[in-house]
Design a protein around this ligand. Structure first.
Ligand code: RIB
Ligand code: CA
Length: 314
């Protein structure tokens, strides 16, 4: 299954093991024409998320894609401590080459705004895999550019699911609730992919073995990334593939059930920071509330094993 024709796409990300899987999935899928990767602090600091984005592109022999430094901290509060889940290098210690290309000198928000102004309106999608700080700054500082985004597909939030930071807070929205509130209230075309579905797309050790057995570089690398995810995790039966669900939705939306909900974001500083509330005066957002988890996982494997060779590691 592939998108009708390649969509101009920007990936905004805090790699992060699951971000890395999503990025490799997008690189392996002909439906995405990736114009750039904008990085944000989240799972780990900005220098490491930027380095990891470059390392993934070097591995995939796609250093034609530029990497941009984005927000090193949330809009107006202290950023989260690095998550142990992703290891000291933010990518589970998996062996990746160092990038030959340095990150661009322009700031992510400045580049994204200018890129959007250069492209026909509605032709660029943003896949958001981390805290929404860069997107919020774009919306506030360059609204005329933000309005030209085709759609934003963002991993974040929890609707009926318990949170993974607070009782109802999911990490990406909790890390920068003010940015999440700006994005939710923006009126832009936003599809939210919350824990309600990402926890149902779970990789098992058997899935890892399937990828490893395939032998193709992308499949083997994703198998290694998931394996490292197991090593750092408490629940060793399976691991939720949060960020790859954003790409999987873009590739095969029919695998997901979407509902429009009127949402608001808790921008307080207590344990509910970043929590989503459904209310009549909330902003309309398309939210993925259901997914065929096994077919989504099969699609991930199909996309990764269909990729023939990867020049940088032939
Ligand atoms: O809650 C899951 C999200 O937080 C994912 O994007 C993961 O990478 C972390 O950033
Ligand atoms: Ca992420």
């Amino acid at each position: 299954m592939t998108l009708a024709k390649p969509r101009l796409t920007v990936i905004d990300t805090d790699p992060g093991i699951d971000d890395a899987i999503g990025i490799l999935l997008a690189l392996a899928s002909p439906g995405f024409s990736i114009a750039g990767i904008t990085t944000v602090a989240g799972n780990i600091g900005i220098e490491t998320t930027m380095r990891n984005a470059g390392r993934l592109l070097a591995f995939a022999n796609r250093e034609d894609i530029p990497v941009f430094r984005g927000a090193a901290a949330p809009l107006s509060r202290v950023g989260p401590e690095p998550l142990n889940l992703h290891g000291e290098d933010g990518i589970g210690g998996v062996a990746l080459p160092e990038p030959a290309r340095l990150p661009e000198s322009r700031h992510a928000v400045e580049w994204l705004a200018d890129f959007l102004m250069e492209q026909p309106a509605g032709m660029v999608d943003v896949l958001a895999l981390g805290p929404l700080t860069n997107l919020a700054r774009l919306i506030v500082e360059r609204p005329e550019a933000a309005r030209r985004i085709g759609r934003i597909i963002a991993m974040g939030g929890a609707i009926h699911e318990h949170g993974n930071v607070g009782p109802r807070s999911e990490f990406n929205l909790w890390a920068d609730p003010d940015a999440a509130a700006v994005a939710v209230a923006s009126g832009l075309s936003l599809v939210l992919v919350p824990l309600d579905v990402t926890r149902r797309v779970r990789a098992t050790r058997e899935f890892v073995q399937t990828l490893a057995a395939d032998g193709k570089p992308m499949a083997v690398m994703v198998g290694s990334l998931i394996e490292s995810y197991f090593e750092a995790a408490t629940n060793r039966e399976s691991r939720p593939l949060h960020d790859p669900c954003v790409m999987l939705y873009a590739i095969a939306p029919e695998l997901f059930r979407i509902e429009e909900l009127r949402l608001s974001v808790d921008t307080g500083s207590g344990e509910m920071a970043g929590a989503l509330t459904i209310s009549p005066d909330g902003s309309p957002v398309q939210v993925a509330l259901g997914v065929n988890g096994s077919e989504a996982l099969d699609l991930l494997a199909q996309c990764l094993t269909a990729v023939s060779t990867n020049a940088s590691i032939e």
